[in-house]
Design a protein around this ligand. Structure first.
Ligand code: HEC
Length: 113
């Protein structure tokens, strides 16, 4: 599938770009699962452990908080949503800056549907 998309994109087909975007979405969700983000954060419902990604997207929609959120994903955070704490890496799988940016783009992108 990836090879096909790559092939089509290389071939200069606009259609290829569209499926690449869909692939990116699925890849990021797999990354969120791999990094155990989804074990605390649900996508749609706030859980006792953590706010849902949709709630986070709604709270920060259109704001300049992208870098701040990347920081939280990299190093953890607390006190924005109640008493629960997002742990530092070490207590959860480490995330690279690149991965954190990708995850935040994905989380914020959810708000637009
Ligand atoms: C052990 C549970 C847990 C895991 C694992 C976890 N989170 Fe969180 N996360 C939380 C909690 C709890 C909060 C709310 C912290 C607060 O109140 O500031 C939070 C907050 C956030 C926020 C919003 C921060 C804010 O200040 O509003 C983002 C974005 C986020 N998490 C992304 C992620 C991503 C991406 C991953 C995976 C790399 C992840 N989280 C893994 C529990 C977790």
């Amino acid at each position: 599938m990836k090879t096909t998309v790559l092939f089509m994109t290389l071939g200069g087909l606009l259609l290829g770009a569209a499926s690449a975007a869909a692939d990116m979405h699925a890849d990021t969700m797999a990354l969120a699962e791999e990094k155990q983000c989804l074990s605390c954060h649900a996508r749609d419902d706030d859980t006792p452990r953590a706010p849902s990604f949709n709630s986070i997207a709604a709270k920060y929609a259109g704001s300049e908080m992208h870098d701040y959120l990347v920081d939280v994903v990299l190093s953890g955070g607390e006190d924005h949503w109640g008493s629960a704490t997002m742990p530092e890496p070490g207590e959860r799988p480490a995330v690279s800056e690149e991965e954190a940016k990708q995850l935040v783009d994905w989380i914020l992108g959810k708000h637009q549907g």
